[in-house]
Design a protein around this ligand. Sequence first.
Ligand code: PLP
Length: 423
Amino acid sequence: MTTTSQPAAAVTALLDQARRDYAALTSQGLALDLTRGKPSLAQLDMAAELLQLPADRYRAADGTDCRNYGPPKKGLRELREIFAPVLQVPVEQLVAVGNSSLELMHDCLVHMLLSVVPGAERRWADQDVAFLAPVPGYDRHFALCERFGIEMIPVPMTADGPDMDIVEDLVRSHPKIKGIWCVPKYSNPDGACYSDETARRLATMETAAPDFRIFWDNAYPVHHLTEEEVEVADILTACTEAGHPDRTFVFGSTSKITMAGAGVAFFGSSPANVDWWISNAGIRSIGPDKVNQLRHALFLGDTDGLRAHMRRHRDILRPKFDTVRRIFARELEGSGLATWSDPKGGYFIALSVLKGCARDVVRLAKEAGIAVTPAGATYPYRSDPEDSVIRIGPTYPSLEELEQIAQGLTVCVRLAGYEKLAA
Ligand code: PLP
């Protein structure tokens, strides 16, 4: 973040202008919402055929009657085959289950608290447990930790993933640190992609906790915004080669591929972890929604079909991200008041405003009729020590609304920023 070194008179003039612009903004009576990264209606419509599937079919490729209770415990193989290459998990080690990856992360934590995970000496409920939380990060990961009394230790993100010097140092010396949240590709909210070196260090690092787990939340594996389809390292193989086969839990879902409210989620890991998962999950449920899995397999066809479908998503999303970036650049570049990420995929842009200004920007936006994710949401305990990061989710609003939102936000950034500089 750069700071302005404007003379006081110039700042006063800029503040006056920002006040006038803000008065004009509030007089528009806007009612716009940028709070969550949701697929837009056009994206959901692209999966409309799902509502007609599986038509009169109910048998999976192996003959399973999907309408009934029963195996396969890992979910339908034909769907797992489509997602195995994308999530970089061998098909035998990939489970398709449930509607939301977040619920699988939740359940993993519950099972680790209540039962002994491979490699553990005791269940987690009987110990102090802490997780590393790369920041800025995903608010719902942090909510899960809070829910279960798991302490969070923030670690700064870099362009290549979490700062691995800090991570290695912490996990080597603290046995209570039993996990780390990772969104390896097009991270929420800054769009960072983990480098091969970061993945290698995560796989090989020495941990004081024998039951340490990487929660590898690969929420955006095929969610590219540019022609460059970024690939990240295969963490499961890296861990196995490093002698830590059980270290990683991989999560994914079709939430932002088909229908966020009616998708399929995935859990992938070592054979021992998958057995552990299945034995615990089998107590919670007799089996997943196989009809939904069948309709997804029929709709997507194969991995190429999945990738082609996501290119159509890209055609919808890219202009939205471009609009936000164009307006931010036009209104804020060179002001020293803000910087913003330039993601090559995923669902978010991280806007960093002057230290101590994020809450003010969000409040000003709200008062002008633009609802933005609360400042601090991307930090554990909702506490951004710099009060600087604001998460922007441009996917849901229309292009026209985004123009208004981005323009309005820049007015709020200028008003809060120049007020700060003038104080
Ligand atoms: N993980 C990350 C990093 C996300 O950004 C999101 C949604 O925004 C999710 C998980 C939620 O996924 P699901 O719908 O599969 O629970």
